[in-house]
Ligand binder design. Structure first.
Ligand code: LLP
Length: 385
């Protein structure tokens, strides 16, 4: 990726930089691989920067929200309410009411107590809430333990063996209408076999439901497609074809059934970088540290999940050296990379922490009383690459 370094010199660091040309290319690749009865609901939790949301609205996608705040951000950004789905194990009453009153497409319901509350609140407002049950398919995904969600021991979803019962129960209720099944097995999944296994489990469930005469109009397979954090410039656009082909090949939909997806990371991760400035280069007894003004407060993924992000010194220099790239926060886990070979680094250089467009800016905190980072796009810096 090329960075407009001269423009960057005018900005206060650290900040997020989004290449909207790459974002649009990514969104187009998604659209090019989809079918007419397929619907994409961008998992907004990955990034709610309004500048990013505006591109996703323009692409015609819907949104997958997990809070009232996200629903509001999506409505403000121009997502049509009828393309919004609302998931989450702990929906508050005000969040359910906001979703009911704005007529979102569907609640992804994760428990019987939640179902009862939605039914009650819908009755209070004279509404019928469209719901889909999030079923836990008990499928393991080959990903970080903290971001796998579809195994029986995870808190998410309704137990596989209870699926039939909850659907039948909802059919007795006056203010909910069950319109679909929902699944999500985890995040940063790069093995398509995991999605194939999910598809086969869904077929199994649909067959069981069929024997009871239950055919629901929608199936939502969640999100989870991973990206290349190691070599982002080699794979700036994720392999959407392989992902969608897996469902085309293994998932059996009933006639007329609509298929929904909730991709987050794969849509926005590669277009974003965290840009920080080198404050000091410090030689320790064992290692040389490049100390940035960006840290775990702006990008927590390395500290939280031991996640790898490629780091680049984007200020042109001759020569190379090995550094530990660290942030300024008073925590030993505030480290972006250990023992990486970078262009010889001096105070004032700009560094890019790559693949940070998803779960970066949105997970920033004010720990150490720091300011939240700004996000700038390539188009607003007038430098389409
Ligand atoms: N649908 C549901 C129900 C989800 O829970 C998630 C993500 C998604 C869709 C979107 O998944 P994606 O396509 O982005 O993988 N903070 C972590 C990731 C947490 C993901 C939580 N759920 C990280 O930085 O890796």
């Amino acid at each position: 990726m090329k960075f407009p370094i001269e423009k960057f010199q005018e900005l206060r660091t650290p900040f997020y930089y989004y290449d909207t040309t790459l974002l649009d290319e990514t969104l187009k690749a998604v659209k090019d691989n989809m079918q007419p009865n397929w619907h994409m609901h961008y998992a907004v939790k990955a990034n709610t920067n309004p500048k990013i949301l505006s591109h996703i609205v323009a692409a015609g996608f819907g949104a997958d929200c997990v809070s009232g705040g996200e629903i509001q951000a999506c409505l403000d950004a121009g997502f049509p309410a009828e393309k919004i789905v609302f998931a989450g194990v702990g929906k508050s009453d005000w969040e359910i009411e906001l979703a009911l009153l704005t007529n979102i497409f569907c609640f992804n319901v994760e428990s019987i107590p939640e179902l009862e509350v939605i039914n009650e609140l819908a009755q209070k407002h004279g509404k019928v809430a469209r719901i889909a049950f999030r079923i836990n398919p008990n499928v393991g995904a080959h990903t970080h333990e903290n971001i796998t969600t579809g195994r029986a021991e995870n808190k998410f979803g309704i137990a596989w063996e209870d699926a039939l019962d909850v659907i039948q129960r909802s059919q007795q209720m006056g203010h909910v209408e069950c319109v679909g099944l929902h699944f999500h097995i985890g995040s940063q999944i790069t093995e398509m076999d995991d999605f194939a296994t999910l598809a086969l489990r869904i077929n199994e469930l649909q067959e069981i439901l069929d024997t009871y005469g239950i055919r629901l109009p929608n199936v939502n397979v969640g999100g989870g497609l991973g990206i290349d954090y190691e070599t982002p410039d080699q794979n700036p656009v994720p392999n959407f074809k392989a992902y969608f082909d897996t469902f085309r090949r293994y998932l059996q939909l009933h006639k007329g059934q609509q298929l929904h997806f909730e991709l987050g990371r794969s849509l926005v991760a590669q277009c974003g970088s965290l840009i920080g400035k080198v404050l000091y280069v410090k030689k320790g007894s064992l290692r040389t540290f490049a100390i940035l003004d960006a840290g775990m407060t702006e990008l927590i993924r390395p500290a939280l999940y031991n996640a790898h992000h490629a780091v680049e010194n984007i200020t042109p220099h001759d020569g190379e050296s090995v550094y530990d790239v660290v942030g300024p926060i008073c925590e030993s886990s505030d480290v972006f990379a250990k023992g990486v070979k970078l262009a010889t680094t001096i105070r004032g250089d700009l560094m890019a922490i790559r693949s940070a467009g998803a779960y970066g800016e949105i997970m920033a905190s004010q720990y150490n009383s720091r300011k939240l980072p700004e996000g700038y796009t390539s188009e607003e810096l007038c430098c389409q690459q």
